[in-house]
Design a protein around this ligand. Structure first.
Ligand code: DGY
Length: 326
């Protein structure tokens, strides 16, 4: 890394305070248009640069990594999920990758809680009705939903976000169950009053609600495929604030249309910003546009993490949020 300020390429517009700080500390090349950059544009911009700051909307695959100039030594991702970055290819070129864990845990857990409430209580369906001018007033049998208290929630992925979801839903009177690669430490499990299921299939068959909170990796791609979705009870709801690729979206849409499961709340999709057309026709699914970490506070904190990661790398320390291949 050179003695002069490092040259940092930022692929999307970041919060103003974050960009200002980046301009002070680095030779930052910002994207004022906020238009997603193509692979060719990223490669061209990276010429002579030291650090690339992408986001989840950039596909930093092996082909793009192979074309990056040798001067790029760090990919400091603005975001926690790194499934859009080929870690193996970066590693092979000795490019360090960092992300922004921890600072968007609460925001993402809040969004999960929003969807866990909005789907069974038909909130967005009701909103559409009110706006249409067709609401005819209260009635004892009108737009009846489902209670969440007293129900069982199965959390897939009990990392930081999964645990934050568990803490919130205890307040709603739900019972927490989970499936995770590793069982939680006894103390945390008993604090959360959480029941561990080694078998995901068995957990799915016994829950009223499912929340997906695991990362997207090759092992979790279509983890909820048609076969697994078929294990769910017909009154079950599925919420996903992790990554769209973890659910087979077309299979989910079919099952929702056939009322084989009661409903879903989705914040993430397989081919963002494209959405499975069948989902758009359904009333029993709440669709949010990847808002999990979209708070002012969260975005600033993510930017601060990116800056700290770049600075510690430039100062020749191992950045705290370095991501290793699993
Ligand atoms: C992340 O950080 O991975 C979110 O999904 C996007 O902000």
């Amino acid at each position: 890394m050179p003695q002069r300020k490092p040259v940092v390429i930022v692929t999307r517009t970041l919060p103003r305070d974050v960009e200002t700080r980046m301009m002070e500390l680095f030779e930052a090349r910002l994207n004022a248009s906020d238009k997603p950059m193509t692979a060719d544009e990223i490669v061209a911009a990276a010429e002579g640069a030291n650090v690339l700051v992408p986001t989840v909307t950039d596909k930093i695959d092996a082909a793009l990594i192979a074309r990056l100039p040798d001067s790029i030594e760090l990919i400091a991702n603005f975001g926690v999920g790194v499934n859009h970055i080929d870690l193996e290819a970066a590693n092979a070129r000795k490019i360090v990758v960092t992300n922004t864990p921890g600072v968007l845990t609460d925001d993402t857990a809040d969004m999960t809680a929003c969807l866990l409430l909005a789907a069974p209580r038909r909130l967005t369906e009701g909103d559409r009705l009110v706006r249409s001018g067709k609401w005819e007033g209260w009635s004892p049998t009108f737009m009846i939903g489902h209670r969440i208290s007293g129900k069982r929630l199965g959390i897939i992925g009990m990392g930081r976000i999964g645990q934050a979801v568990a803490r919130r839903v205890k307040g709603f009177g739900m019972t927490v169950h989970y499936h995770n690669r590793r069982r939680l430490h006894e103390e945390i499990e008993s604090e959360l009053e959480a029941t561990y299921w080694e078998s995901l299939d068995q957990m799915l068959a016994h829950m009223d609600f499912i929340s997906i909170n695991c990362p997207h990796t090759k092992d979790t791609h279509h983890l909820l495929n048609e076969e697994r979705l078929n294990l769910l009870k017909p009154h079950a709801f599925v919420v996903n604030t992790a990554r769209g690729e973890i659910i087979d979206e077309a299979a989910l849409a079919r099952m929702l249309a056939e009322n084989k499961i009661a409903g879903a709340g989705l914040d993430v999709y397989e081919r963002e910003p494209e959405i499975e057309p069948a989902l758009l026709e359904l009333d029993n699914v709440v669709l949010a546009p990847h808002l999990g970490s979209a708070t002012h506070e969260g975005r600033i904190a993510m930017g601060e993490k990116v800056i700290v990661n770049i600075r510690s790398f430039v100062d020749q320390h191992n950045p705290r949020d370095r991501v290793y291949e699993v």
